[in-house]
Design a protein around this ligand. Structure first.
Ligand code: PXL
Length: 289
């Protein structure tokens, strides 16, 4: 039997200590899928910024280069590098170098350009930063913006309504940023439904679920983490990963409806991990690489 190697991911985003988003969801979800998950925290916050007052923010930009220098001395490479919430132009520059230096041959760069939702940017982000993120996307294999992030990255006004044709055109413009594949989340042109629309460089496909009203914090990060896990397991199939991640996210939202609790504390994805690990489609079978 040839030696078998488990896949190893690096995810780069903040640690929001409380509030179930960014690293506190990415690490358990990717790990549950049987993939080794290494982390590079960009900042430590007492809570995320969406709905809490008085949160602390420790910027870790100065630690990034010493950490990556050490990794270089170890000869580390990653089968995928997945970025989420980044806090500054300097971090975008550092991440761009990390892509060049640490992606294993044949590896995947996934950018979730976490910056805003429902037409507005999160606290601390500017339209200029969104354009910086768009530039970084030229190095991505896959990007997963929501409609707000897509509009800001393209320097376009956010609209309250997007038709099917609008979404297709948006996907093509995102592709024009230099990405290989893109999926837009939060697509609503089918009445009573919420979906994701993907473009793999050849065709556009959509996946819709029954729309669940309300705001569920952290579900974008849950979606991206589940997407990555599924994408790595299935050999890089955009549409299948996009729909599996949507199913998992919907399960997490349904669990929140059962447990209740404030939206700002996120959704109880922990209660759904068994579903995730239990699926042959998602567990990673070690590959020869
Ligand atoms: O879930 C996205 C996210 C990640 N990290 C931080 C945030 C947010 C959204 O508000 O504030 C720090």
């Amino acid at each position: 039997m040839p030696a078998q190697k488990q896949k190893r991911v690096l995810t780069i985003q903040d640690i929001s200590c409380v509030g179930r988003c960014s690293l506190t969801v990415a690490l358990p979800i990717i790990s549950a899928a049987g993939i080794e998950c290494s982390i590079l925290p960009t900042a430590v916050l007492s809570t995320h910024t969406g709905g809490f007052e008085g949160y602390t923010y420790r910027d870790l930009t100065a630690d990034i280069s010493p950490i990556t220098e050490h990794w270089k001395s170890l000869g580390l490479k990653f089968d995928a590098i997945y970025t989420g919430y980044l806090g500054s132009f300097e971090q975008i520059e550092l991440v761009s170098k990390i892509f060049d230096e640490f992606k294993a041959p044949g590896g995947t760069i996934l950018i979730d350009p976490v910056m805003g939702d429902n037409g507005s940017l999160y606290t601390g982000f500017t339209p200029e930063f969104a354009l910086g993120m768009a530039k970084l996307c030229a190095k991505a294999d896959v990007i997963l913006p929501n409609l707000t992030e897509a509009a800001f990255m393209l320097g376009e006004p956010y609209r309250d309504e997007y038709s099917e044709e609008d979404i297709k055109a948006l996907l093509l413009r995102l592709y024009g940023l230099g990405v290989k594949e893109a999926a837009i989340t939060g697509v609503t042109y089918k009445s009573g439904k919420l979906g994701v629309a993907g473009f793999d460089g050849k065709k556009v496909k959509t996946y819709f679920n029954k729309r669940i009203d309300g705001y569920y914090h952290g579900t974008g990060d849950i979606y991206a983490s589940a997407f990555l896990a599924s994408y790595m397991k299935n050999g890089g199939k955009l549409f299948s990963a996009a729909s599996k991640a949507a199913e998992f996210t919907v399960a997490c939202i349904k669990a929140k409806q059962k447990t209740g609790g404030e939206a700002r504390y996120g959704v109880p994805f922990e209660l759904c991990l068994n579903k995730f690990t239990g699926s042959d489609d998602i567990i990673v079978i070690p590959t020869t690489m």
